[in-house]
Design a protein around this ligand. Structure first.
Ligand code: CP
Length: 320
């Protein structure tokens, strides 16, 4: 059973958005905003902010990553801590020799104060959290969840609109396999009055079980089939890639991968003046490069950078 995070983060694991309540998320965002302000004002440009001096984070990424790995590493170091890093444990650790995930975890906790783990199998992080005696953060477990991505996405929305209630959003791409959308829907369901339109090929819709579960959690979900059905004046568009690594038949992937493309034309026709254009990245063709310069596009800038600040706040609240 995962421990809930009700305003008290100390020593807690972060495996699922379901652990949070609205107050804990706002508490995290107050801390994030404060850290972001300090760093962007340059207060710590030439000297570290030493609140985690002497602490060590273990980063174990069993799947590739640009943002989650780098931003966690940077976040911990910017707080004065250090990291032990395995970017590909299936090649670099004794997993190669047959060491179990449980044994590797028990070893890493001899050396580290917190573990950040990405793994291809859904549910692995919940199991690791059961055996670990130090806090564990889920950096993505297969098609399961990616809670810190959702926390940074929601912070980006909160920063822009000053609220997480009464939002109208669009999620496009791979709803079935996209762990970031699963966490983001769970996160938005914590706050009242949110509606999310889901645009995906029929075979990549949320599983019926997940659709039912999330709808019961409080968020209103509306499935749509075409770009024409995108409602006007959304607070955010959250585009995602079709998750190639989850397909056993690559021909099926090739057929589906560019079903819905975010183009400059679509933005000019359908996006509102304030609509945030978001994407967890990486993108592989589903956003036209011409969209990058749009002031509403935050995927390469604010959204990605907020990942570091949210993770700094999370480390601070969990370890201090
Ligand atoms: N957003 C995200 O999870 O990106 P990476 O796979 O590069 O970490």
């Amino acid at each position: 059973m995962l421990r809930p995070i009700k305003n008290n983060f100390k020593g807690k694991d972060v495996v699922s958005l379901d652990q949070f309540d609205s107050q804990s998320i706002i508490r995290l965002y107050k801390e994030t905003a404060s850290i972001k302000k300090m760093f962007e004002k340059g207060r710590f440009k030439n000297r570290p902010y030493k609140i985690l001096d002497g602490r060590i984070a273990g980063l174990m990424f069993y799947e590739p990553s640009t943002r989650t790995f780098s931003s966690n590493s940077a976040a911990f170091k910017r707080l004065g801590g250090q990291t032990v890093e395995h970017q590909n444990p299936l090649v670099t650790s004794s997993a190669v020799k047959g060491e179990t995930m449980e044994d590797t975890t028990m070893m890493m906790e001899q050396y580290c104060d917190i573990l950040v783990i990405r793994h291809p199998v859904k549910g692995t992080l919940a199991k690791v959290a059961q055996v670990a005696s130090i806090p564990v953060i889920n950096a993505g477990d297969g098609i399961g969840e990616h809670p810190t991505q959702a926390l940074l996405d929601m912070f980006t929305i909160y920063e822009k609109f000053g609220k997480l209630t009464g939002l109208k959003g669009l999620m496009a791409g791979d709803m079935l396999n996209g762990r970031t959308v699963h966490s983001l829907i769970r996160g938005l369901s914590i706050f009242p009055g949110n509606t999310v339109y889901l645009l995906s090929p029929k075979s990549l819709r949320l599983s019926r079980d997940e659709f039912k579960l999330y709808s019961q959690m409080g968020v209103k979900l509306v499935e749509i089939n075409s770009l024409k059905q995108i409602p006007v004046d959304c607070h955010f568009w959250y585009w995602t890639r079709v998750q190639k690594e989850r397909f056993s038949d690559k021909k099926v992937y090739e057929k589906l991968k560019l079903s819905f493309i975010l183009t400059k034309k679509l933005v000019s026709e359908k996006a509102g003046k304030k609509t945030l254009l978001m994407h967890p990245l990486p993108r592989v063709g589903e956003i036209e490069i011409a969209v990058d310069g749009d002031p509403r596009a935050v995927y390469l800038t604010t959204e990605a950078k907020n990942g570091m600040y949210v993770r700094m706040a999370l480390f601070k609240l969990i370890l201090r």
